[in-house]
Design a protein around this ligand. Structure first.
Ligand code: GAP
Length: 541
């Protein structure tokens, strides 16, 4: 993907009402963002598309069967025991290093160092920089050249992860990203990312609570409630969209790594011996979903995590990565994880519910009815059934978890849509235009309706069309200025269709529909306009 100047891009997003810095009038707050009038529509369309395509209308499963999915909306603050059971209290931590001079904090696993490699002696200096940040790297290389009094290009210039240098006890030779002298970085230490608060009037350890760092645990904690209230049978999935909070050490790359963000998560529960086919199903479907919403396949890179990266309980995880224009390497958009039975096992243990979080496979039990003397599972268990025999009927389901970030995908959609091309102006002269090539389902405004001129009944006719579409779609009425300028304004905010009411409309009831990307216009009956938009908005993946 072509590089975008991110500062220029952030200004564009601000100027057009997509994304604002949170509390900007007070100087902002690092890692928090607001969505403006167009941004909120874009993000809502993304969440709605996910809910429609994954929860309400998922495509058939691997064997062509219908998939059963339901939704949840859990509280952000939960009983803190949830986070002990899930492992977040014990180990949801990033390795942190502090700079003694600037008091800045860095994630040690997100630092690289540059140095001059020389076979005859170990490097005398390492300059640290933020990995996946080209500007930070360029500054570190410049600093290294200056401190070593070397001319660029430097012979033997090399880079490696900071953590190896720290482990080798060489911190005294490392220059932190924001200083010019070595030896200011501390040893890495674990820093828990959960935001803490207190529930109730007294601030004490007894009523300490956490803002959830993921929506997933609310789903696991409600597994029994959903089973009991819906009588769902395996396999089935539970989806949830909601806020999550992480006290990220280095929020960066615009909204990519924020401290408050929204997740769109599915926990898909299935029989252990069918879990691999469901893992593949979700991995393929989730990648395809991004493509159907306009992300070019070339910019989407699924990456199977290596054994050394996997969580100890995970049987496999694929990160669906996107080639964000601020980085040379693809970055995670979503993780699709095979979590085995880890989470439900943990909650069964910590909640004391024991085998009440297990699933009893009534169909399998009844299918084997002729092979036993009793139809009572409890009585049969007492007849000396082995653990393997019992597990055929009663087991903790395995879980496939496609976990996506609504804000990360919003950022990817904005980056992907941002386009500059040239089109002829009113006099046929080529001019540069900026346009946002949003997929119609995601576009904040679906259609703009213009009267060609503000007379001869055209405004009234245009308002009639606008009012007929408004209950269904976010549409925009614009009667101001030359029509070419009105087109440009809509191109810039990604409106796929501009509809003009002109002299012909007043005679035969037809209007022009202009396509944003090709700029081509077609005439259609005004009564057909909604059907045209409906077609473009049809879900499918
Ligand atoms: N339940 C699994 C889970 O939370 P994760 O990989 O930590 O997995 C899932 O997060 C997704 O949430 C990521 O792929 C990303 O899209 C989004 N996400 C995670 N941390 C984020 C952050 N600090 N800012 C924005 N999005 C984030």
């Amino acid at each position: 993907m072509a590089k975008i100047d991110m500062a220029k891009f952030a200004k564009f997003c601000k100027d057009n009402g997509f994304i604002f810095q949170s509390s900007e009038i007070y100087g902002g707050i690092n890692g928090f963002w607001d969505y403006g009038p167009l941004g909120v529509e874009l993000k809502k369309n993304i969440k709605d598309a996910w809910w429609t395509d994954m929860v309400r209308n998922p495509p058939p499963g691997p064997d062509g069967q219908e998939i059963r999915m339901v939704g949840l909306d859990c509280s952000i603050i939960m009983n803190p025991k949830v986070w002990v059971a899930s492992g977040h209290v014990g180990s949801f931590a990033d390795p942190l290093v502090d700079c003694k001079t600037t008091e800045k904090k860095y994630r040690s696993d997100q630092l690289n160092v540059c140095f001059v490699a020389d076979e005859s002696a170990p490097p005398s200096l390492y300059c640290a920089y933020l990995s996946a940040d080209e500007e930070s790297k360029a500054n570190a290389v410049k600093k290294l050249a200056k401190l070593l009094k070397l001319k660029s290009p430097m012979v033997g210039l090399d880079t490696k992860p900071f953590e190896g240098v720290a482990k080798a006890g060489l911190l005294a030779f490392v220059v932190a990203p924001d200083v010019d002298q070595p030896g200011t970085l501390s040893e890495p230490r674990a820093f828990n990312l959960m935001f803490e608060s207190n529930a109730g009037a007294v601030k004490s350890d007894e009523n300490k609570v956490y803002l959830r760092p993921e929506t997933a645990q609310g789903i696991f904690a409600n597994f029994k409630n959903v089973m009991d209230s819906t009588r769902l049978k395996l396999p089935f999935g539970i989806g949830q969209i909601g806020k999550a909070f992480r006290n990220e050490v280095n929020p960066r790359n615009y909204t990519f790594r924020s401290r408050e963000f929204e997740q769109m998560e599915i926990e898909f529960f299935c029989k252990p011996d069918e879990s691999m086919k469901w893992y593949q199903y979700w991995r393929d479907l989730r990648k395809r979903w991004y493509s159907t919403l306009g992300i070019q396949s070339a910019n989407l890179i699924p990456r199977e995590q290596g054994q050394e990266e996997l969580a100890f309980y995970s049987i496999g995880t694929t990160d669906i990565e996107y080639m964000f224009p601020f980085s040379d390497e693809p970055q995670e958009l979503e993780g699709v994880a095979h979590r085995g039975s880890y989470d439900l096992t943990q909650h069964a243990k910590h909640s004391g519910l024991g085998d009440k979080l297990s699933y009893f496979d009534q169909d399998a039990w009844m299918a084997d009815a002729g092979k036993r003397n009793t139809n009572s599972f409890e009585t049969w268990v007492k007849t000396g059934a082995t653990a393997d025999e019992i597990a055929k009927y009663k087991f903790i389901p395995h879980v496939i978890e496609p976990s996506a970030g609504a804000d990360r995908f919003t950022l990817a959609v904005l980056c992907e849509a941002f386009t500059e091309d040239s089109v002829p102006d009113a006099n046929g002269k080529l001019e540069t235009r900026t346009l946002m090539k949003f997929h119609p389902r995601l576009a904040p405004i679906k259609a703009a309706i213009f009267p060609l001129v503000n007379k001869e009944g055209m405004p009234e006719k245009a308002l009639e069309l606008y009012r007929s579409l408004k209950p269904f779609y976010n549409v925009f009425y614009d009667a101001g200025g030359a029509v070419g300028r009105r087109y440009r304004r809509q191109d810039e905010v990604g409106t796929p269709y501009c509809i003009v009411i002109d002299g012909e409309t007043m005679k035969d009831g037809t209007v022009t529909i202009r396509d944003r990307d090709t700029t081509l216009q077609r005439r259609v009956p005004m009564t057909q306009v909604k059907a045209e938009i409906d077609t473009a908005m049809t879900p499918g993946c």
